[in-house]
Ligand binder design. Sequence first.
Ligand code: MOS
Length: 710
Amino acid sequence: MDKSLIGDPLSRVDGRLKVTGGAKYSGEWELPGLAYGVLVPATITNGSVVSMDVKAAERAPGVLAVITPFNTPGVPGFKPDASQPVRGLKLFNDKLIYFNGQPIALVVAESFEKATHAASLVKASYQQDVFETDFDKNRDKGVVPQGGKYKDYVRGEADAYKKAPVVIEQEYRQPSEMHNPMELHVTIAAWDGDDKVTVYTKSQGVIGTQRSIANAFGLKPENVQVNSRFVGGAFGSSLRTWPHEIASVMAAKLLKRPVKLTLTREQMFTLVGHRPLTIQKIGLGATSDGKLVGITHESISQTAVYEEFTEGSVNVSRFLYESPNANTRYKVIPLNVGVPAPMRGPGEATGSFALESALDELAFALKMDPIELRLKNYTERDPERNLPWSSKYLKECYTRGAERIGWENRPSKPGTLREGEWLAGYGIGCGAFGAFRGRALAKVRMMADGTVNIQSATSDIGPGTGTAMTLIASDLLGVPAGRITFELGNSSFPTAPTQGGSSTVSSVGSAVHDACMAFKQKMYALAGMPENSSDPIDYVAVLKQHNLPFFELTEESQSSQQAKNYSMYSFSAHFAKVHVHPLTGAVKVKRLIAVVDAGRIVSYKTASSQMIGGAVGGIGMALTEEAIFDHKYGRYVNGNFADYHVPVNADIQDIEAIFIDKPDPYINPIGTKGIGEISLIGVAAAIANAVFNATGKRVRELPITPDKLI
Ligand code: MOS
C-alpha cells in the first residue's frame, strides 16, 4: 500500500460508518438511567407568563420534573454578577416572553413520548404586550448595530454612483431562511457529582461549547467534557451554545440523571437561528464603457429584541470590484423573533445576491457581456484594505466556467433562446469569502506497528474533516491512509477552533501538517539520519530499535506575522443554465458550475461534494426557501418540512465543481484557502441572472417562485 498525496480523491474515511449506521450521533448515546426532556413553547409573541398550571403534567405517567420560571433551579451564570455571563436567552430565569415559541417549560420524563404527552398538558396564562414581527411595517426602526463593527464605510465619495452616466439603483429582498440540517439539534447531559458534567451535543466546536457550559455552571473547563463526534449537517446553527443545551445540563443536574433534550423539527424553526430577512439597496454608477464610478450598498436586516445579530452583508461591495468610490450602510431592526444565526456564507451570500444581480442589470443597461463587465472592473489589489491579495485567480474562474458551460450560447437578448418548450438562459454570480486561519493543535501518535492516530478537538459538520487530515498526514509521513485514524469532536483532545468560516483545513490542517513534520524530524533524529532527509524511513524499525511502544508529540500552529501584509480571500464564479417554462413559470436549474479559487485543494472528492452541497443550498435560496410570517399571531406559517421548501432530489440536475487548485503562498504551509462558504455565495445571483436571461424578467425578491414569473 502506498501513501496518499494531498489532492488525491480519497473516499470519505468515515463514509462506511455513516452509511451503515455505525456512526454514533449525539442523540444516540444510550446512558443508563437516561431521561428525556421536551420543551414547551410560549403561544404569545411578546409579554410575560403570569401563571402556570403544571399539575396535570406533573401527574402524567413517567414525569420526573416540570421546570418553569416559577420553580427553576437556576443556572449560576445567569446571575447578573457572574464574571462571564451567559450569552442570549436565559431560559426560565424570568417570566418575559420575547418571541412566539420561546420555551416556557421543560418537561422531563422516563421516555420521549411520555415527556411529549406531559408537555401538552402544561397550561400558562400570559400578559400579552403589543409585538412587532412585521419587517416592512418597521422599516424605519432600523438601528446601527452596537459595537462599531458595522459602522458606515466610505471610500472616496459617498453615493457617487448617482452622478455617473449610467446608473442602476435597485432594491433586493432576501427572506428568512431557516436552519434545517438533517440531524435535529440534540443534547445529552450527564453529571458526575456536582462539579463534573459530560455532554453529547450537536456542536461545530466542542471547545466553544465546553467554555460556554463551564461559564454557565461555574465549572472548571476541564470538568466539562463535550463530545460531538458525528454531526448530521450543520451550516452555522451549531456555532454557538443554545439555550436548550444549557437547559438540558440544568435538568440533568436537578434530577441527578442523564437527560436528553431533542428539539422537534418545528422547534428548529424558532430555536436555532436563521438567515435573517434582509432588504438591500444597491446603487451602481458607471461610465458608458463600463468602468464603475461608484458603488453604494445599503442593507437592513431583522434581529431579535433580546439579542443583536449582525453579519457582513454589505462587505462584499467594498472589495470585489475596482471603484474609486464605494460606501456601505448597515442597519438592523429588532423584532419579536428568535435570534438569527450565521448560515453558510453568512452575510456574503445575502450581499452577493444583491451586488451580483445589480451588476447583471448594469451589464444589460450597458449592452455589455456580464463577464466583460467584471473583467473591466477587476481588481489586482484589495481596494478596501489597500493590500495585495495573497492570491487571486478569479479571472481564471471566469474563463474556465465560461468555457465549461458554453457561455457563447448565451443569448445577448433575453427571452430569445428556446430549447423545446422551455426558455433557456445563462447567468453568472461571483462570490468571495475571507480565508482565515486560527490557532490549532494536533497530536500525532505512532504505535509500534506503524499505525498512526491523530487527535484534534475540531469537528466534522459534513465537509469530511477526517478525510482531509488523513490525506495531509499520509502525504507528509509517507504512511498509507488506511493506517491512519483521525479523531475529532472531543473537548479533551488538543484544542482547535470551532468549525466555521471555511477555516478548518487552514487551521487544523496546518496543525496536522506541522505535527507530522515535527514527528518526522524526531524520527529521523532517533534513526540517526539528518533531520531534513528525504530518504525513506522505516518507522517500525526505529521504534523497535529504541524499544518504544509508541511515539507521540503535540504541535501548535498559527498564522505568521507576514500573513498580515496580505488580504486573503477565496473566490468563486458560479455559472448557471436554467430552463423556465413560459406557461407555468417553473424554473429548472439545468446546470450549475462552480469554479473556485480556494488555493490548494487537499481532498478532491470531499471538496467536490462540499461544493455541490453548497450549490444545492444556493438553489434553495434562489428558488424555494422562505419563512413566511403570520403577523396576526407572530408565528411562522410554514414552520415545518411540509410547507417550508428545500430543494429535493428532483430539483437537482447537473452540478459540477472546478478547482483552480493553485496554492496560496502566504496563508498557511499547505496553501489552502477554504471552500465551505463560497460554495453558496453567488449561486442565487447566478440563477436569478440566468432567469433574467431566459425570460427578460428581473426578479429581485427571493425565492424566485413561479408566481413571480407569470
Ligand atoms: Mo458556517 S455559517 O461558518 O458554520
